[in-house]
Each structure stands twice: as C-alpha cells, then as structure tokens.
Design a binder for this molecule. Structure first.
Ligand SMILES: O=C1C=CC(S(=O)(=O)O)=CC1(O)O
Ligand SMILES: [Fe+2]
Length: 341
C-alpha cells in the first residue's frame, strides 16, 4: 500500500475562461483579487492575505472549464508520494517539472483522481509580497484568500472514501433518514473544509469558495454588482449557511463559473473533532433562515478537462438532494425538523 501525500490545504484552481478581459473585470476589478502575474493568455491572482504567487489562475481558452484543482503538499517528497500513490491506483499521472506548468509553481504532479477530476499536487511555489496590511490596495469584495473547492460528483460515498484515504477529516454532512450521504465537507487546514461534495452529474466543478474577513464585505459585493447593473451575476444569497455557519453570497462569472464569497466559519483542528450531521429534511441545512436554494445552484456547474485539455464526460447523479421534498429547496412541504445532528 503506498503512502498518500501530506496535503496542507486547497491551494489554487486553474479555470479556463473564454474572454480574459471580461474575466479580469469580474475577478480583479469587482472581487478585488490582486493580479500577481499577467500575460496575453493568463492571469495569476491572489487574495490580500495570501503569501504565495496565486490562488486562482484564469487561462484563456475555447471552452469554459476547470483546467485543474491544486493542493499544496507539505514537502517536495510529498510530490513524489502523490505520483506513486495515484500510479498505484491506476490513475492517469503526469509529472510537470518546474517552469513547464503554471507560472510561479515548481515541480508538480497532475493526476485524474478516482472521481474523474484533474488535480495537481505541488510543494514549491514562489513567495509573494505581504499585502495583509496594504489597505490602500484593497478594493471590491476585498477577497482575503481561497478557502475551498466544491465539486459535483454522482457518488458522494466514493468521494468521501477517496478524500478520507488522503487524510482529510470530515466537519459536516447532509444525510437522509437512513443516513444515506447526500453531501460532505472535508478538511486538511483547520477550518470547515478544503473540499466539499455536492451530489450531481460529475465530475464538474460546483464552485470555488473565497474568504473575506467580514460579513459586511459579503454584503458590499452584492451592492457593488447591483450598483453597476450587473446584478444578474448574483445567483444565491446573501445568507447564513446552516452547514459551516458561514455568511455567504454566490456569484457566476462571465463564463458561468460559480464563486462563493464566504466568511465566518469555525475551527476544526482538535484531534477528536466530530462531524456535525444535518438531516436532508432540515430546511435550515443550506440556508439557516430557511430560504429556498435556487434550482440552478443544484443543477449547473463547470465541466472539467483531462490532462490533455479535453472535456471529461459526466456520469449522472445516483442520489439527488434537489429531488428530496424539503422546504429549503422550495420543492415541497416543510416537514417537522428531524435534525439528528
Ligand atoms: O461552502 C459551503 C458551505 C455550506 C454550504 S450549504 O449550502 O450550507 O450546504 C455550501 C457550501 O459548500 O458552498
Ligand atoms: Fe462553498
């Protein structure tokens, strides 16, 4: 049995966008990501708290899709461990030497994981100037850092097992009356999640979650888009999550990629931290105030590319939460709370 890599955190996502100028407006001008690197085909962006080269890369291309997710691993030896681990699983694996991949990133390995997602594991990445107290440079939503990836996959238990084998802990779940698993939130850094699974056709990217420090910055984001008559980019929220307790707003970028502006979740770092389990019939689970979840949030997501840049076919969902008759999804009768958290 090979040893899995020691994953430190979700580190960056590389998205393919069809119009780089429009994407620059959305992610840098409106959300306030700092441009660390820019050329005619690519933007490398980071939040005000981030000390490494980037946490989001926008690459110009024909098809709006996820190019890859990336996790930072603790040592350069963990890059080798990742190569051996996924090779032993029989997955497609490709070594990406420093300079041959994403700007700023050193030696890396890219795989197609067992869920069908393109994932990179790296250790070396260029350090970047400390912007934490450069309040003069803050703008838009004042994005502080990448917080998590949310992925659509048809088999949530398989996703849970894969990430558990990579050493991820579980902070929260959504389960049916017989404890069938509808969704899960899993972590390596000591917050609610680095990755979460939304039941649905997959592999697809549901969203990238980015953190602000304050809920007023989440509210300001909605006001900013309303002010410039771009309110159609707002998909869901603002609101308070049940799962994670975070204050949230979901937006769609010009290509339809979903981003969540997210703040105020909680610490999960003790060794005996136990998952908090929501019942799928609890209409506070996704919005603590019981607001319905818009259908597009369950149904729409970004396609993913394979290691050669081709779209990966999706498999349909096995268990579909939006089909469950619950109040918060606006699809049925609000049942008495049967929360078994
Ligand atoms: O980050 C998240 C935290 C909570 C939720 S949920 O809508 O409350 O389930 C969704 C989410 O995965 O985007
Ligand atoms: Fe999220």
């Amino acid at each position: 049995m090979t040893t899995p890599p020691d994953v430190v955190r979700s580190a960056y996502a590389q998205l393919v966008v069809t119009d780089l100028a429009k994407a620059r407006w959305f992610w840098a001008d409106m959300l306030g990501f700092h441009i660390q690197y820019e050329d005619e085909s690519r933007l490398c962006l980071r939040g005000t708290d981030e000390l490494t080269h980037h946490s989001l890369v926008l690459r110009k291309g024909e098809i709006a899709a996820l190019d890859h997710l990336a996790y930072r691993v603790r040592t350069s030896e963990d890059v080798d461990r990742a190569e051996h681990y996924f090779t032993a699983l029989g997955r497609p694996v490709r070594r990406v030497p420093a300079g041959a991949g994403t700007p700023g990133v050193g030696d890396a390995v890219r795989v197609i994981d067992p869920l069908g997602f393109p994932v990179e594991f790296f250790h070396d990445i260029e350090r970047a100037e400390r912007l934490i107290q450069r309040y003069d440079l803050r703008r838009g939503a004042e994005i502080a850092r990448l917080d998590h990836f949310n992925i659509c996959t048809p088999d949530i238990p398989a996703a849970y097992a894969h990430y558990e084998a990579l050493g991820f802990g579980c902070s929260e779940t959504i389960e049916g009356d017989e404890h069938e698993l509808y969704a899960a939130w899993m972590y390596r850094k000591q917050t609610v999640h680095d990755v979460a699974f939304t039941g649905g056709a997959g592999p697809r990217l549901h969203h990238v979650g980015v953190a602000t420090h304050e809920s007023h910055q989440v509210l300001r984001t909605a006001d900013l888009f309303g002010s410039v008559r771009k309110e159609h980019h707002i998909e869901r929220g603002p609101g308070r999550h049940g799962v994670s307790n975070a204050f949230y707003l979901y937006l769609r970028d010009p290509d339809g990629h979903r981003v969540e502006i997210y703040t105020s979740d909680y610490y999960t770092g003790d060794p005996d931290h136990e998952p908090y389990r929501w019942n799928v019939h609890d209409d506070r689970r996704r919005d603590f105030w019981g607001n319905a979840v818009i259908e597009s949030w369950y149904k729409e997501a970004s396609p993913v590319l394979d290691l050669d840049g081709r779209p990966v076919p999706v498999a349909e969902a096995v268990l579909d939460e939006s089909a469950v008759q619950v109040g918060a999804d606006g699809l049925g009768i609000v049942e008495p709370n049967k929360q078994d958290g």
